[in-house]
Design a protein around this ligand. Structure first.
Ligand code: GLN
Length: 538
């Protein structure tokens, strides 16, 4: 094991969306596969304390860790690649940094002094970076700095990295800079100038990049690598190309072929061995050689955006590979679903997943979709809001309670089958106040879920304010929808299923947050299997 934790900082230049998170996760995978204990951290320069209050249109999905932190979706990639849990310490925002410095100021910790960006904010950033390293749990910490070099809001982070590199000493902290090498089709050429400028911008802040990872749509020829090395003060072997891949799960191998892991370990003065990627490559083999395919409808209201349901999409990739089935996901906008078009929109599918969400928009369409699949024996998987919609649909059409509703959508309903949780009733603040993180859930013996999980008690991650109203439990169960997962302490209903239906499962928690390449989530695996069965029986 490494005596003193080493740090790798990942910065980005030229544009956003270059895939820093995937490069960080891929490098971490390669280091982990050589026996190093690695973790990844994301620093986000925005002023929100966490992304929990952001609309998915802003930054995509909000990812929830087992310890209940609402975090950036890149943490999902870290967990999916490494199969190691992340925590609150793995995601820090400017809002959190300032909040903590201001609280210290109020407590009098800087008594007599002027509190400033340098050193107070930068010291706080440096502390947050080192919390993970100082835990003794990791040999290497990879810290990804969100945003693009040169942004006003990134400056304190870049300055903190500059100082920290100096504090840590040689071979203990290196910088990987990710840039774009665009292809100008009119000129038929790849262009290095934006990268040169971006490296210079970084140098203006006192940081020389050690490694360049260049995002490109075409192979970088040797002369171009030489040119980049010459102009950017890096060794030729430290110019790595990151070419568009057909799946993000190919990126670790692409980085391995380019020797990113070797260059990095050499700079950190650590030994490198051949990474042990057997299991990873078995997964890739299954992913790329499906025996058949299924089509699943993803019913939500942010379906036009790739990032809004990131963890769900990735969970289907893991579950598909596990079943050796290609899962085609068809995004269906719930706002446009109604009784007249539902058959047309759903009848060709092999199953539907009704997505999590908040607020009224698109709700009735979700209920119409649940009714269709319940009545037509098509596999159904509801997550969080999706589960709540299944309960409402069942109450309305099976129990004949036409005004059954959730108090989230209809605060005055006489039949709140979904209601605000007791502990939520006194809460007015919106940030970080939902029921969050991993909680125990006891599974009913003989239920479908206990068979799927092969366990008596499970622990899954939550993010919600409303719950199944237990006043209706007896009625609902008598009519055939069973509560098969309960919180052992509060009795909260966490899972519902209809045993007479081939696959009708709704969960109050978010299984998608804990599906990884090494451990595909059993519920997704079972759902894909059920969809395949449904397809074969058509
Ligand atoms: N809006 C619902 C609640 O707060 C569902 C939340 C979700 O789907 N994450 O309970």
């Amino acid at each position: 094991m490494v005596k003193k934790t080493k740090y790798i900082f990942v910065t980005g230049g030229v544009t956003s969306s270059l895939g820093k998170g995937i490069i960080g996760a891929s490098l971490a995978k390669l280091l982990q596969a050589q026996g190093y204990r690695v973790t990844i951290q994301k620093l986000d320069p925005y002023i929100n304390v966490d992304p929990g209050t952001l609309n998915p249109y802003e930054h995509g999905e909000c990812y929830v860790t087992a310890d209940g932190a609402e975090t950036d979706l890149d943490l999902g990639h870290y967990e999916r690649f490494l199969n190691v849990p992340t925590s609150q310490a793995n995601n820090v925002t400017t809002g959190r940094i300032y909040q903590s410095v201001i609280e210290k100021e109020r407590r009098g910790e800087f008594l007599g002094k002027t509190v400033q960006v340098v050193p107070h904010i930068t010291d706080e950033i440096k502390d947050r970076i080192q919390i993970l390293g100082n835990s003794g749990d990791y040999d290497i910490v990879i810290t990804e700095i969100g945003g693009t070099v040169g942004d006003i809001e990134s400056l304190p982070y870049i300055e903190a990295v500059r100082q920290l590199r100096w504090d840590l000493g040689e071979h203990n902290g290196i910088v990987i800079h990710l840039t774009l090498v665009p292809y100008l089709s009119a000129a038929g050429e790849l262009k290095t100038k934006p990268t040169q400028h971006s490296v210079k911008t970084l140098m203006e802040s006192g940081i020389q990049a050690d490694v360049l990872v260049c995002r490109t749509e075409h192979d970088l020829p040797v002369e171009l690598r030489k040119k980049l090395a010459l102009f950017c003060n890096v060794r030729e072997e430290a110019v790595i190309q990151s070419i568009d891949a057909s799946t993000i799960y190919d990126v670790p191998n692409l980085m391995l072929q380019q020797g990113l892991d070797k260059v990095v370990l050499k700079k950190l003065d650590l030994p490198s061995v051949e990474p042990e990627m057997t299991k990873w490559n078995q997964f890739l083999k299954k992913l790329k050689n499906p025996k058949t395919e299924v089509t699943i409808g993803l019913i939500g209201k942010y379906v036009e955006l790739q990032d809004s349901y990131k963890s769900i999409l990735e969970s289907f990739i893991h579950a598909g590979a596990e079943n050796e089935v290609k899962v085609n996901l068809e995004s269906i906008h719930s706002e446009y679903l109604n009784d007249d078009n539902i058959k047309l929109k759903l009848s060709h599918l092999d199953g539907i997943l009704v997505a999590p969400g908040f607020g009224e928009r698109g709700i009735e369409g979700k209920i119409v979709a649940v009714r269709y699949v319940r009545e037509n024996n098509m596999p159904f998987f509801g997550i969080c809001l999706g589960m709540q919609m299944a309960v409402i649909e069942f109450a309305r059409h099976v129990l004949h309670i036409p005004d059954a509703d959730s108090t989230e959508m209809n605060p005055n309903t006489k039949n709140p089958v979904i209601d605000l949780m007791e502990e939520q009733k006194s809460i007015t603040d919106k940030g970080g106040t939902m029921r969050l993180g991993a909680w125990d859930c006891d599974l009913k013996l003989g239920s479908k879920v206990s068979e799927i999980y092969k366990a008596k008690t499970i622990k899954e991650r939550h993010r919600h304010r409303y719950e199944f109203n237990s006043d209706y439990k007896e009625q609902i169960e008598a009519a055939g929808m069973l509560a098969t997962g309960l919180n052992p302490d509060t009795g909260l209903v966490e899972i519902i299923e209809i045993p007479t239906h081939p696959f009708f499962v709704g969960v109050q928690y978010h299984p998608e947050y804990s599906s990884t390449v090494a451990n595909p989530h059993p519920l997704f695996v079972a759902f894909v299997k059920a969809a395949l069965k449904f397809k074969n029986n058509k």
